[in-house]
Design a protein around this ligand. Sequence first.
Ligand code: 0O2
Length: 208
Amino acid sequence: MENSQELDSLLLKYTAALKTLETQLSILLQDFEYKNNYNPVEHIKSRIKSYDSLVKKLINKGYEVTAKNIEEQVHDMVGIRIVCSFLSDVYKIVEIIENSDQITVHDKKDYITNPKDTGYSSYHLLVYVPVYLIDGVTLVEAEIQIRTVAMDFWASLDHKITYKFQGKIPKEIKEDMQHCAMDIHALDQKMLNINNQMQIIKDDQEVI
Ligand code: 0O2
């Protein structure tokens, strides 16, 4: 990095964007829970991408580590992961965020309908968050990953495997992970069906 002051200023902006996004999401989700008497979220994790990870990403993409390249090429410097119980919750949360006036969605990647070749499954939203600094307002990009607990379990093991084998994953492990991803998708569907059935029975009982 050519100038550490530039990096500090970027970090300040990203930290402010993360705080703003966390606050806005928390308000939206609390409001949803209040109005629907239902909380679709299991847990939320957030982070600013580490320096090592951002350097790796830029180098892999063939870019030098400069402030301009970080801003233009790394879309997940600010990252939030929302983990929910059911598939339907994922889409509910996407809808809540899309309807928000403060968060602007500028790209969506539905890796649930179209999983990656690895088996990776999740819904990604690339958003802009307004950050109010002394000089005025600036829009900062952030990535929101939304997935079920089962998808999160898969992604966490996959992350460990990728780290362990430094990207050179043995074929049998790759195939096992692809099969696990399919099992997880089927499990998510079954759990959703059971939850829907339970809801119908509960609603019928309330009518009687
Ligand atoms: P980390 O450590 O989570 O930060 P882009 O990020 O947009 O430049 P790309 O590849 O188009 O590049 O973005 P994509 O695939 O939509 O999202 C990238 C992020 O999704 C990754 O960030 C991971 O968090 C997650 N991800 C994507 N594919 C996989 C996968 O096969 N396995 C796992 N476990 N996670 C995945 P980073 O920066 O790669 O990693």
